[in-house]
Design a protein around this ligand. Sequence first.
Ligand code: NAP
Length: 496
Amino acid sequence: MAAERELEILIIGAGFGGMAAAIELQSHGLNNITILERDSGVGGTWLQNSYPGAACDVPSHMYSYSFAQRRDWSRLCSPQDEILEYAQGVARDYGVDRLVEPHVDVTACSWDDETRRWTVSAADGRTWEADAVIIATGQLHHPAFPRIEGLDAFAGHSFHSARWDHDYDLRGKRVAVVGTGASAVQFVPEIAKEAGQLTIFQRTGNWFMPRRNRAYPAVLLSLFKHVPGLQAARRLFIGKIYLESVTMMIRHPRTLGLIGRARSAAFMRWQIRDPQLRRKVWPDYTFGCKRVLFSSHFLPALQRPNVELVNEAITGVDATGLISADGKHHDVDCIIWGTGFQTMKFMFPMEVTGAQGQSLGETWAHGAHAHMGIAVPGFPSMFLMYGPNTNTSGGSIIAFEEAQAGYIRQALQQVRAHSAAAIDVRPEVEAASDRAVQEHFAGTAWLACDSWYRDEHGRIVTNWPGYMREFIEQARTLDPADFTFLPQPDREEIAA
Ligand code: NAP
C-alpha cells in the first residue's frame, strides 16, 4: 500500500481558532503546517483588544482549551493579559509558536483547477502554496465606525476600542465614548476614574446581569489546586449548566427568557435609583436579542459626577466634538469609538477564489453560509474556523473551535485516505444544513430586534441557533458521503 501523502496546510490567523486547528492537526500527524498571522504573534482578539478593563465575560474555566486546563485563573473572568499569556503558553507548549509567520497580511487565496492546490498571497508580494487552507480570521476583527457626517473633521484625538491608544493620557480630558456594547461596558468604569469629563453616547440600552468579578480568594485557589476533580467539576458546571441556561433563555423568550428579564430588571433597578437615568438606559427589546452584558460596574459608573449619558443619536462630528440629534454640541478632546465590528465582513477584503474562478464574495453576496460554518461548496479543501453561524451567545467559542478543528482534521484525514487532491462539500448538503440552521432560529429572541448578528435582509449570519452541545455533537463525526473527493491531477479517479 502506498504511504499516505503529506498534506501542506496553511492556516490564516493565529488566534484561538487557528491555534486549535494547528494543535488538532499536529496531534493526528498532519504536521506540515504554516500559520500566517497579520499581527506580531499568537493571541488574535486578545492581542488586539487591550483596552482598560478588557476581560472575557465567559468564565475562564470554560474559556480555555479542554486539553490545556489551568487551576490558577485569578478570577471568574480573566483579564486580557492573563488570557493572552495563557494563549502564548499553550502556543509554546504545543509547538504552535514556531509555525507562525508573523506580520503577513493575506490579501488573496486562489484555488488552481489544474494543480488542485491553493495559492495564498500577501500584501508584501510573498506567496505560499498548499493543499488546504484554513481561514481562521474570525468574526470580530474589522473595527466598525459609524457613518456620520464629518467623521474626519474632528481635530482632537480619536481611536477605536480595539486599537486602544495607550500613549494617549486621558487624565483630566473631556472624553466621548460612542457605543455601550460589551467592550464599552468594560472600559467605561476604568476610564471614568481618569477622565475629567466623560460623555457616553448610547444608541440602544442593554440588559445587564451582575458580575463583580473579584479576584478569587486564596482559599478557593488552593481548593482548585489541591482538591482532585474540583476544577474539572467547575468547568463541567459552567459549560453544561450555567452557559447553556443563557442559551435556553434566548431560545425560549416567552418563558425562561422572562425569568432572565425579571432578574436583570431587578438588578438594574437596584443599581440605578434615579428614575430619569433608569428611563435612559432601559432597553426596549426582548431580553437576549442582543448580547446580555455582565457587569456590576458600568451602571454605577454612569452615576459619577464627571459622567453624562446621552441617549440621542449622533448626527454629526466637527473639529471640536459631536453633535447630537437634539442639536446640542458636545465639546471633547478625545473620541473613543466603542462601536464594535463589521461582522458581515468575515475574511474580506481578502479575495478568495474557488473552483472555476468563482469568488467567495459573489457566492456570499446574499449572506455568508457554510456547512457547519466550516465548508463552502466549490471551495475545495478550504475550511473556516469561527465562520458563519458559529458564534455563541451562551457558550465558549473555544469549545466551538475545538469541535471545528476536529471536523477539519477528519476532512483532511479523508483526503489522505482517498489519496485525493482535495475534498469539497456537496452543494445540496450545505444548502440543507444552512436551511436547518436558519429554521432553528424560529421563535428565539435573536429574531426580535436588529443586532450585529443579522445582515441587511434580517438573516442571522453570525450565530449558532442552538446549544453549544448540539454544535459539538454535530461536528463530532464527519460523514464522507457529504463530500466529493477531487482526484490528484495526474489521476483519473479517486482510489477507493
Ligand atoms: P458591540 O457589542 O457591537 O457594541 C457596539 C456599540 O456601538 C453598541 O452599543 C451600538 O449600538 C453602538 N453603535 C454602533 N454604531 C453606532 C452608531 N452609528 N451610533 C451610535 N452608536 C453606535 O461591540 P463591542 O462592544 O466591541 O462588542 C462586540 C462583540 O465582541 C460583543 O458582542 C462580544 O461578542 C465580543 N466581546 C466579547 C467580550 C467578552 O467579554 N467576551 C468583550 C467585548 C466584546 P446598538 O446596540 O444600537 O447597535
